[in-house]
Structure formats: structure tokens, C-alpha cells
Ligand binder design. Structure first.
Ligand code: ATP
Ligand code: MG
Length: 268
């Protein structure tokens, strides 16, 4: 089973959209796929699948050597688990850090009875704190992280934080998806839809030796998005993960990139 974590410290850039679409594209390629909505505080996987409410958990008492396990819900042939099934629909999650870390551990260590997966996609929260660290600590045989960012300068600051975090955790990176990358009017003209300036994510990827897996337009056209993800999913199959070796902040200091440094928070 190849396990992929879809991650970004920046919120709202499309982690859930990418997780959901990657799962569907890999399924279309004939693979057996699981989707673990591991965003403990704000799980939105059910909405991505268009479900009316989070699925009820079904328990298999005999699984995991008689200790019992949760059977994933089958949605369009994808095995799906979300903590929203535990919390119910949309109450605030008031768990403390310790409890969230324990939930991350349980989700990754035997609580879910996945059935013969080729790929497991983990949708994660926009964070580098306890539960996100726990996901990296407790996941075994992680194939790699798929980063998701928008090509805005606001997102780029968080991209540096995310890379710093992944370097710190020595986590393999499969590549980056540039989401909401461009926009076209109905007449086919390109325009920039954000307040913050555009940055060249391809150049940043090249700088750090990270493959750019693909660019997704900002669009309500689901077919267009689907096609872009089909290409990314085929590419993923043959991509070799990389581990960042050099401390990115030392490198930026060496290269005199003070403007980027100003925007990025250093590890304390
Ligand atoms: N390429 C796109 N085109 C149009 N809308 C998009 C695109 N990608 C994401 N969206 C929309 O942007 C919003 C945020 O996306 P999404 O929930 O996937 O982000 P996220 O990174 O998972 O957020 P969070 O950090 O809160 O988990 C959603 O309403 C989603 O439908
Ligand atoms: Mg999300």
C-alpha cells in the first residue's frame, strides 16, 4: 500500500479538493484506494464526496486479531473514513492536543480495517502542531507528501514553512500541486483572480528539487479539474519521492533572500 499525505500549512488552498480528486483519479486508473479524512478539527471529506451527512461507522468485532476495527464506508468504490462520523455534523471540536494526538495514533495504527489498498490518501489539517506531527510520527512506510499551494505570495510564505517542517520531520516529498493556478474568462482570456501577487511556484519547486506535479485552474468546471487530476494521478505512479537535505532557511540566508525570510516564521 502506498500512503500519501496531502499537506499544506496554509489553510483553504485545496488539500481536501486534491485528496478527493486524487483518490477518484487513482480509482479510475484501476487502483484500490482509501481516503482517510485526518483533519481532526474540521473534517470536510464528506462534503467533498457530496454526502448529505458523515457516514455511520460500522464496526468489525473480529478485525485486528479480535480487538475490533472500524470498517471504511464505501463511496463510489473508494474506502472512506472521516472523524466527522465520530463528532456528528459540524459541532466545534474541543479536544485538547493530547486527545488529538491519540486520535491520530489510533487512526494510523490498526483502528481502521482497510481492505487491500493500493493507495491510501490522507487529507490533513493546515498545521504543523501536535496532531500533524503525530501523523508523521505514527504513519509507517509513508510513500510521500503531496504539497498543495496557490501561486500567491501569501501562500509561498507558508510553502517555506511547510518545507521547513517536512525537512525537520525528514519526510519524503512526492511533489507539489499548484492549485487555483490560473483563471480563464468564458471568452478564454487569462486573468489573475487574487488580491495578493502571483509567484512562480515552478521556480520555487525547481530551486528545492521538488517535482511540480501539475497546475489546476481556479474554475467551477468539474470536468476540467478531473482531467487535470487524471494526469497528476498517472504521473504520481512513476514519481520518486525526495527528502530535503539542506536547511531551507540557511540556504535562503546564504542567498540573501531577505524578503522571503521576512515573510516566513523561523522555527523557535
Ligand atoms: N481549483 C479549484 N477551483 C475552484 N474552486 C476550488 C479549487 N480548489 C479548491 N476549490 C474550492 O476552494 C475551497 C477550499 O478548498 P479545500 O476545502 O479543498 O481547501 P483545504 O486546503 O482542504 O482547506 P482547509 O485548510 O480548511 O482544510 C472549497 O470551497 C473548494 O471547493
Ligand atoms: Mg481540508
Amino acid at each position: 500500500m502506498r500512503k500519501i499525505v496531502v499537506a499544506s500549512i496554509k489553510g483553504g488552498v485545496g488539500k481536501t479538493t486534491v485528496s478527493f480528486n486524487l483518490a477518484r483519479s487513482l480509482k479510475r486508473l484501476g487502483f484500490s484506494v482509501g481516503y482517510l479524512d485526518a483533519d481532526i478539527t474540521a473534517p470536510t471529506g464528506s462534503e467533498a464526496f457530496g454526502l448529505e451527512k458523515p457516514p455511520d461507522w460500522e464496526l468489525d468485532a473480529a478485525a485486528d486479531g479480535g480487538r475490533g476495527a472500524i470498517v471504511p464506508y464505501n463511496v463510489d468504490g473508494i474506502q472512506f473514513i472521516t472523524l466527522a462520523s465520530h463528532f456528528g455534523q459540524a459541532p466545534a471540536v474541543l479536544w485538547n492536543e493530547e486527545r488529538k494526538i491519540d486520535a491520530a495514533r489510533q487512526l494510523l495504527q490498526g483502528v481502521v480495517a482497510w481492505d487491500n489498498l493500493d493507495w491510501l490518501i490522507l487529507d490533513t489539517p493546515p498545521s504543523s502542531s501536535g496532531e500533524m506531527q503525530a501523523l508523521y510520527d505514527y504513519i509507517t512506510d509513508l510513500h510521500g507528501v503531496v504539497l498543495v499551494f496557490q501561486p500567491t505570495d501569501m501562500a509561498a510564505a507558508d510553502l517555506l514553512r511547510t518545507l521547513d517542517f517536512l525537512k525537520f520531520k525528514t519526510v519524503p516529498i512526492l511533489g507539489l500541486v499548484s492549485n487555483m493556478s490560473y483563471c480563464r474568462s468564458p471568452l478564454g482570456e487569462s486573468f489573475w483572480p487574487f488580491l495578493s501577487p502571483k509567484v512562480d511556484l515552478a521556480a520555487i519547486c525547481e530551486k528545492f528539487g521538488i517535482p511540480l506535479l501539475g497546475e489546476i485552474p481556479l474554475t467551477p468546471d468539474k470536468k476540467m479539474v478531473e482531467q487535470a487530476f487524471n494526469q497528476i494521478a498517472s504521473r504520481l505512479d512513476g514519481t520518486k519521492p525526495v527528502i530535503l537535505k539542506e536547511d531551507i532557511f540557511k540556504r535562503l540566508i546564504r542567498e540573501g533572500k531577505k524578503n522571503l525570510l521576512k515573510a516566513a516564521v523561523r522555527r523557535l
